[in-house]
Design a protein around this ligand. Sequence first.
Ligand SMILES: *[C@@H]1O[C@H](CO)[C@@H](O)[C@H](O)[C@H]1NC(C)=O
Ligand SMILES: *[C@@H]1O[C@H](CO)[C@@H](O)[C@H](O)[C@H]1NC(C)=O
Ligand SMILES: *[C@@H]1O[C@H](CO)[C@@H](O)[C@H](O)[C@H]1NC(C)=O
Length: 532
Amino acid sequence: MMGPAWWAVLVLLAMADAVAGRFVVEKNSVQVTSPESLKGKYECAIGNFGLPQYGGTLQGWVVYPKDNRQACKEFDVSFKGHKSGARPNFVLIDRGECFFTTKAWNAQLAGAAAILVVDSKDEPLITMDNPEDTGTKHLENITIPSVLITKKLGEDLKKSAENGDMVSVLLDWRESLPHPDERVEYEFWTNSNDECGPKCDMQMDFVKSFRGTAQVLEQKGYTQFTPHYITWYCPEAFTVSKQCKSQCINHGRYCAPDPEQDFSKGYDGKDVVVQNLHQVCVFKVANDTGKPWLWWDYVHDFAIRCPMKEKKYTHECASHVIKSLGLDMDKINKCVGDPEADEENPILKAEQDAQIGHGKRGDVTILPTLVVNNRQYRGKLDKGAVLKAICSGFEETTEPAICLSEDVQTNECLENHGGCWVDKANNVTACKDTFRGRVCECPIVKGVKFVGDGYTNCEASGVGRCEINNGGCWKETKNGKTISACSHEESEGCKCPQGFKGDGVKSCEGTLSLFRNLLLHDLNTKFGLSPS
Ligand SMILES: *[C@@H]1O[C@H](CO)[C@@H](O)[C@H](O)[C@H]1NC(C)=O
Ligand SMILES: *[C@@H]1O[C@H](CO)[C@@H](O)[C@H](O)[C@H]1NC(C)=O
Ligand SMILES: *[C@@H]1O[C@H](CO)[C@@H](O)[C@H](O)[C@H]1NC(C)=O
């Protein structure tokens, strides 16, 4: 086991360039509508957790609690509006002492509709982020928006509230993202590593829940989506070190940290880079054939079919998924190139260059990161919140209907059964279209339940399975009479009838006389006759 020091070896291109490197604080505005003396519009910074209301506004009263002003403990008062339909309350909270996410959680528990965190110093606005490891247990459950306001505005609002003024504000996210035209361009910076704890789980949950929506938007031409992957590099002096060799491909040019942070076991960083590269190539090849949305299926299916836990995070498993989606494996292999070669990979080189910010977009240094119309999205990667952000990126009146309703269907099963298991002879498939995109789930046909992984196999099970394709067993028809190896006892599977020899699946062999005897026996039984 190596100490953490070796970590420092890998370098993020965006970080190395200290001069150009910059992080952009994404903002919304807060408009004070009363008291008169504070009326006006002020900037605030969107917290990177909870659900911001991109494209929308939220009006409420500002409450400054008497105790627990940093909201590090649970409140013993309620901030719920007294009547239903009453304007909600926003809680003014002092920065410091505990995580921003703890403050938001405590305020939410007490019924607050949003929090305004007051900075403790005079400084330009900062982005309130979630802590890396601890505190994540509430993270996924924070559903109120959070904003940071300047110390000056905070002091003014507090004074007013303590004077007994009714302080009313409008939180406004309508201008948080540019909305120049009728198409939204967005990017998702992600990672194929599925073993990084809550962050990886949340990332995958997002892909699962947003996939169907993303595909419909893309198919109808409303959006142009591009996935991206962060890669690190190994400084030249270290390229032959053990660390860089296990974390990097192409002689130290493209690296990823070891998934378990222990390169003596499990998968190495270089496995992650290779799988990331497969994902970029899947996008590229799918995009070149006019079906960029297949990336969502690939990433979704790969996570389910090729998890690290089951030791299936491999090229072979990736190939199965690629083939099931009907993508050209040769083109993908060509795009992936030779990871051992001492040369640049044009695809990964482009990914590294894209990490550096341009225009109004800052460098990408947090994973995952969503970029909408060249601005970074802040907040939880929640299907509804992200859809709102994308919807707010359309020029007004050009939004697709999905921005007004959530009624969508993907119809992906129409083509190639969505890459799911299919029994063409019997016209049975595991593909099902749902609002969340297609799923591969073994079906129930005429009361017979199929079981299996839904991708490569489904088998009829239970009573009645012999009715479907003879339960996958051998059968033969002679003189209008059928003899079958499908046993009605499911545990027996396929079993040749008595006197016949064979595996029961492909063949059962018996002499003609046996066959005849069996028929005779059947006939006798049928007519109530007994041979003995
Ligand atoms: C978060 O919400 C989920 C689903 O409602 C629940 O199962 C879980 O216990 C919650 N976690 C916390 C820390 O409240
Ligand atoms: C995807 O295809 C579109 C349309 O052909 C093209 O404009 C875009 O640049 C492509 N994206 C990538 C990353 O290749
Ligand atoms: C196969 O089943 C689908 C859905 O049940 C049906 O729409 C289609 O017509 C069938 N195709 C054939 C060849 O029977």
